[in-house]
Unconditional design. Structure first.
Ligand code: FMN
Length: 184
């Protein structure tokens, strides 16, 4: 069965560049025989999450629908790719708002140098195993067209390497989980 890969977009502003990078990554995930789904904070009825899911007594009754649905997608996925710029030398608020509240997931990786340095411990705290590769995309406007076509061979090769790594880790961890359930 093909691995399900969630692709998180990091920003919500009109004209954002994560959209085209997200399409480029999605196309590579498909080309590698996996099933991508983009999680786009701009499409969610966005609001600041005041109470994380794991603090709710009865999440089914207390949590907003979008949060329950996103959490279910995270639980059902095999791997994750984060497509994000850095905002104020850190993680954009839209990205941390989606993920702060959800239960742990398994794998993550990302683009953006200083945001990467912060994202690794952030994702680790959520229970993910991060892959070694990350792809830093400088000048995304020139290197990736609006329709997601990547015109820079180095970036394209690096994205493919990253997607293959995420697929390998997702399969490896998924296989191990079958015989050995994760520790509680
Ligand atoms: C609020 C804000 C903060 C930013 N902070 C940084 C920063 O700390 N370092 C940096 O290199 N670029 C920074 N930028 C530039 C963004 O990385 C760049 O505009 C990128 O395209 C934003 O991603 P987006 O197009 O998906 O919104 C910032 C942009 C915004 C809007």
């Amino acid at each position: 069965m093909p691995s399900k890969i969630l692709i998180f977009l990091g920003s919500v502003r009109p004209g954002r560049l994560v959209e085209r990078v997200g399409i480029a990554v999605k196309n590579i995930v498909i080309a590698q025989g996996m099933e991508p789904e983009i999680i786009d904070p701009a499409e969610l009825p966005f609001e600041v999450v005041k109470v994380p899911l794991f603090f709710m007594k009865d999440p089914e009754k207390e949590a907003p629908e979008w949060l329950l649905e996103t959490n279910k997608k995270i639980q059902d996925a095999d791997g994750f790719i984060v497509v994000s710029a850095e905002y104020n030398c850190s993680i954009p608020p839209a990205l941390s708002n989606i993920n702060n509240s959800n239960s742990p997931f398994d794998i993550g990786t990302y683009g953006g140098i200083r945001a990467t340095v912060i994202l690794r411990p952030f994702l680790s705290e959520l229970g993910t195993v991060t892959v070694p590769t990350f792809v830093s995309i400088v000048n995304a406007t020139e290197n990736i067209k609006e329709d997601g076509t990547c015109v820079n061979e180095r970036i394209s090769n690096n994205l493919t390497k990253l997607v293959k790594e995420v697929g390998w880790y997702a399969t490896a961890i998924g296989n191990h989980k079958v015989g050995v359930p994760p520790p509680q």
